[in-house]
Design a protein around this ligand. Structure first.
Ligand code: HEC
Ligand code: HEC
Length: 212
């Protein structure tokens, strides 16, 4: 269990030198964590009891963990059921309170479209709670977790300078909704509408100053 906790809280869950994340970058261990972060992954308290994972796409806990290790943490080899690391992680997850034993609702949105302007004051808070850990402060990137995460919004606007203005905002919406999926690649996790609604994302983009 102690080793499982180390795997959960440090970068040791992936041997890749490209990995900047720990499990705690995206998951809380209790249903109501003390901090206010808006995390893309579900709280893992009670995860060992759930009937299915990843919005019902797998029934197997180890598979669910290996998706995260592969898609976000650049781990090339999945953990097998007999591996000591996988077993240690299981022991740690089983030691958490059983807060959320039910399957967690989660969809990677297949669609993504432009959003109107929104509440910038709420958007400022949501940026701090959902994006800042990885991207650092808006406009400067100060404190970002990895230089792979662009400085928002300037670096992304610059990289897509050839796009029509009306399409630029959709680049932001799509990345947030799809993360690494639907041909986007990279290591950013998707934010489901269950975690960050369209209204809140609209406010976040307004506060960031992504043009409309
Ligand atoms: C970059 C973000 C990210 C990282 C890092 C990450 N995960 Fe995930 N994880 C997600 C997302 C997004 C989902 C899908 C939403 C959900 O159901 O939690 C998910 C799903 C899961 C699930 C299924 C939960 C459920 O009930 O559906 C488990 C279990 C899990 N992750 C464990 C881990 C473990 C253990 C680690 C570290 C080895 C890890 N994750 C690292 C983002 C991440
Ligand atoms: C767990 C870390 C992480 C979190 C949290 C995160 N990002 Fe990212 N983001 C990245 C990384 C890394 C990249 C570089 C591309 C990649 O690897 O997917 C990226 C790329 C982007 C891009 C560039 C897309 C493109 O096509 O050029 C945008 C826009 C973006 N993120 C917006 C956001 C917003 C808005 C939030 C908060 C709602 C957010 N990100 C949260 C890690 C993260």
């Amino acid at each position: 269990m102690a080793h499982g906790r180390v795997l959960f809280e440090t970068r040791a869950a992936s041997p890749s030198p490209n990995n900047a994340y720990t499990c705690t970058t995206c998951h809380a261990t209790t249903q109501h964590p003390a901090d206010l972060r808006l995390l893309p992954g579900a709280p893992l308290a009670g995860a060992v009891l759930r009937p299915s994972y990843w919005g019902g796409t797998t029934l197997d806990l180890l598979d669910a963990v290996n998706v995260c290790r592969h898609d976000f943490m650049d781990a090339q080899m999945p953990w097998q059921a007999a591996d000591a690391d996988g077993q240690a992680l299981y022991a740690y997850l089983a030691s958490l309170p059983a807060d959320l034993p039910e399957a967690v609702t989660f969809h990677v949105a297949t669609d993504a479209w432009d959003l109107p302007g929104g509440d910038a004051a709420q958007g400022k808070l949501d940026y701090a709670h959902a994006c800042q850990t990885c991207h650092g402060a808006a406009h400067t990137g100060k404190g970002r977790l990895t230089a792979r995460a662009p400085i928002l919004p300037e670096q992304t606007l610059k990289e897509h300078a050839s796009y029509a203005q009306a399409e630029l905002r959709v680049v932001f919406v799509q990345k947030v909704r799809h993360g690494v999926f639907y041909g986007y690649g990279g290591t950013m996790p998707p934010f489901a509408r269950e975690v960050l609604s369209d209204d809140r994302l609209a406010g976040l983009l307004t506060w960031l100053g992504v043009p409309q």
